[in-house]
Design a protein around this ligand. Structure first.
Ligand SMILES: Cc1cc2nc3c(=O)[nH]c(=O)nc-3n(C[C@H](O)[C@H](O)[C@H](O)COP(=O)(O)O)c2cc1C
Length: 187
């Protein structure tokens, strides 16, 4: 029997943690096994942007960055795809250089080492030469770079609409079906 698709969502300490968290909700709704890696800085940003009482979606398997016993530390634990959303410039730098210093960067490095899908959603503006070079390096290493760039053609009315546009793009890249936005050419 084929196993359920297993997807890892890494959430680092950049602004826009809601993008990763909404992605987790949609992946769970689509029946995927979802592992979430939350860095220490991300926990701080979650408190700030989602509120102190925020709880991770039921069903998500949540791992901390220092969880060295996590199965996600080993590529023998089969993962189908991973997304880092949002990705801070610090984690971006670690990913680009292979500095696998915590569970998030280690798991992402495993995706690159084994040629599996890694979607990186860097959140910073404007961008330094270092960040741009790190993105280019990661792209060369096989990652997909998807900055959360807003669009207007789908008629967003709220911040939630804008967020769901980014989540829709991530789900498209992961090959996960959704109805989060009206596509160009659809009525
Ligand atoms: C509220 C808040 C928002 C932040 N937003 C960003 C951001 O958008 N991009 C970024 O690169 N860092 C941002 N930072 C700084 C990172 O959290 C910091 O560089 C941290 O060391 C990143 O660690 P991590 O990549 O291991 O999560 C923010 C910090 C806070 C407290």
């Amino acid at each position: 029997m084929p196993r359920t698709e297993r997807i890892v969502v890494g959430i680092s300490g950049a602004s826009g943690v809601v993008i990763g968290l909404r992605t987790v909700e949609e992946l769970l709704a689509a029946g995927r096994e979802v592992h979430v890696i939350v860095t220490d800085a991300a926990r701080e940003v979650i408190r700030h942007e989602m509120g102190k009482s925020y709880r991770f979606p039921k069903g998500a398997k949540v791992h901390s960055e220092g969880d060295s016993a996590s199965p996600l530390n080993s590529t023998s634990f089969l993962v189908d795809a991973m997304v880092v959303a949002p990705c801070s410039v610090k984690s971006l730098s670690a990913l680009a250089s292979g500095y696998a210093n915590n569970l998030l960067t280690r798991a992402a490095d495993g995706m690159l080492r084994t040629g599996k899908k890694l979607v990186v959603v860097p959140r910073e503006t404007p961008l330094s030469l270092a960040a741009l070079s790190n993105m280019a390096q990661l792209k060369l290493g096989g990652a997909i770079i998807m900055p959360p760039c807003a669009a207007y053609y789908h008629g967003p009315k709220t911040v939630a609409d804008m967020t769901d546009f980014f989540v829709a793009k991530i789900l498209d890249l992961l090959g996960v079906e959704h109805r989060l936005m009206r596509r160009w050419g659809e009525r």
